[in-house]
Design a protein around this ligand. Structure first.
Ligand SMILES: [Zn+2]
Length: 226
């Protein structure tokens, strides 16, 4: 079974960028087995916040759900099980980013805030930013209550990400985040979205909704390695 997904829009760039599928080992061990040095891996302490770290020389894990860096040779990433692992890069200024977007992150527009920090801290231009969203729970399976639906609607507006079946609300988080990304001016052609639902494909992915507290984590990872 293939354990990596390489988003096509990151090929032939300065970045090493990939999503993982289900691994039996802890994600950090998996990355070490894959050839990354422990001291070159930075994973934030994720708490469904909208905290965004701009990583310079500090390596202490901090509470955050997004990381940006222009440091070479450092692998940053986020861990997920139904939420979306988002990786992004500025091809011109050479900046790498990773974002964990669950419903709370989507409701607090963490992806928009991350892009705004790329613009303010690194002088990024939206046309130079490329983005990939890894496997996540999709509109087929992500039933939410009205409070969650309203919170995401208030942050995103109308769109195909919202659906109703038998009086129940369903959300496609990747569609909602795509709408938010497009609102920043990042061109649609720069965005790649995995079409796999983690709940439907729970043999291949960890799904919190399917596996519950026993769910492991996959993730999205990116670094500047050229
Ligand atoms: Zn599904």
């Amino acid at each position: 079974m293939k354990t990596y997904i390489e988003p096509p829009n990151f090929k032939n760039t300065n970045f090493k960028a990939f999503f993982t599928t289900k691994t039996t080992s802890d994600i950090r061990d998996f990355l070490k087995y894959s050839g990354f040095n422990e001291e070159d891996i930075y994973l934030p302490v994720q708490k469904h916040t909208d905290n965004i770290i701009v990583l310079k020389n500090n390596r202490e894990p901090e509470v955050a759900d997004a990381v940006l860096t222009s440091q070479k040779g450092l692998l940053i990433g986020v861990q997920t099980a139904d939420c979306i692992p988002v990786i992004l890069a500025d091809l011109n200024k050479i900046v790498a980013g990773a974002v964990h977007a669950g419903w709370r992150g989507t409701a607090s527009k963490i992806i928009i805030k991350t892009i705004k920090i790329m613009i303010s801290e690194f002088n990024s231009r939206v046309e130079d930013i490329i983005i990939a969203m890894g496997p996540s729970i999709k509109g087929c399976c992500y039933q939410v209550d009205i409070d969650v639906e309203r919170a995401i609607y208030n942050a995103t507006g109308d769109g195909r990400y919202l659906s109703r079946k038998n009086g129940k609300y369903y959300i496609d988080l990747s569609e909602a985040n795509k709408i938010q990304i497009l609102s920043t001016g990042v061109p649609e052609k720069n965005i790649w979205v995995s079409n796999e639902c983690t709940f439907c494909n729970h043999d291949r992915y960890h799904s919190f909704r399917f596996h519950g507290n026993y769910a492991g984590r996959q993730g999205g990872f990116i670094g500047i390695f050229k």
